[in-house]
Design a protein around this ligand. Sequence first.
Ligand code: GDD
Ligand code: MN
Length: 376
Amino acid sequence: MARDISVILPTYRECENLEPVVSRLEKVLEGWDWEAVFVDDDSDDGSREVLLRLARQNPRVRFLRRVGRRGLASACIEGMCSSAANIFAVMDADLQHDESLLPEMARILSREKDVDIVVATRYAAGGSIGDWSRSRHFVSRFATKLEKKFLRTELSDPMSGFFAIKREVLDKCIHKLAGKGFKILLDIVLSLPERPRIRELPYTFRPRLHGQSKLDFIVALEYLYLIADKLFGGFLPVRFILYGLVGLSGLFLHLLVLGLAYREFGLDFFLSQSLATLLAMISNFFFNNIFTFRNQRLKGSAFLIGAFLYMLICSVGAIANIQVADYLFSLKVPWWVSGAVGALVGAVWNYAVSTQIVWTWFRDKFVSSKKRISLS
Ligand code: GDD
Ligand code: MN
């Protein structure tokens, strides 16, 4: 027999919120056959001991410990995959979501055939965000507007992290999910082959009592990444676009250094060009490591060796670039087309090879698996 509802709770450093959230679930879900699945990313604040104890004491509580990975969205996906229930509710474990909505969510999804997803929303009549800081308010509004402009789902609160979904609906999109960042609901809605039928329930977002929010700059970047991925991902990998943008910044730096060294300081052209190339490569490596490959970021000595490897690879890319450009030019192709095609060939080589060698092969060999935490 399947349980009526499985509540999936992603947790990272929520030690003090775990017991209270379980007792609240027990209260509101009385009379239902429910389970709670905590998916914890190896928190170092004592959460593991608490979750083990809760799971041992209470047959309704399950605990999935993930190691070497971080990420709210992927935690929710794995939590749902670990459950045999027919209805999944995803809810934060920090008591900010109003758990009293859960029975209504379960009721709607178990009885109504024409609803796929029930979303708890802060922005519909009757809902609110409680007392948020002005900057957080602004960021949330801005993110919502961005979604409205580019993706146009019918969600009044596309950022919501509190919703319930039927198993068969999840099954339709599970292979397409990006699984990155915080926006699991948006990811699901955008990955489904047809627009899902959504029911919204308003609620008030509560202030946090214990612990801290994990929403930071990187999470915001990941949101933009998700939007870009859903917009262009079909034909151009977003990572390659990021790589191209970093390359463009490198080109500017290159010209700046070249101009300064050659024109201002009167250095020899060959020397100036070499200096500019070296600095641009270092800068490109640095920014690619921060943005393009932020999930596989290299640190410490791995950073230094990685930089060296990257420069080696890019030198080969530069040779390929010049060879191709030169060949095309000799066939009387206009100089700027030859140059651009050469640069593109070099960039594709650099991208493909440095992805495989620097941020994959080398990283797997050199960085110990414990440190290899990736945001997935
Ligand atoms: N397993 C796991 N791994 N859990 C995580 C991770 C992670 O890397 N990061 C955060 N969580 C858990 C937290 O422990 C918490 O239970 C829940 O995910 C939400 O994280 P918060 O850090 O409290 O997020 P928030 O309150 O700032 O953001 C909430 O509101 C947003 C709306 O603006 C979340 O509900 C978001 O999903 C929502 O979009
Ligand atoms: Mn929170």
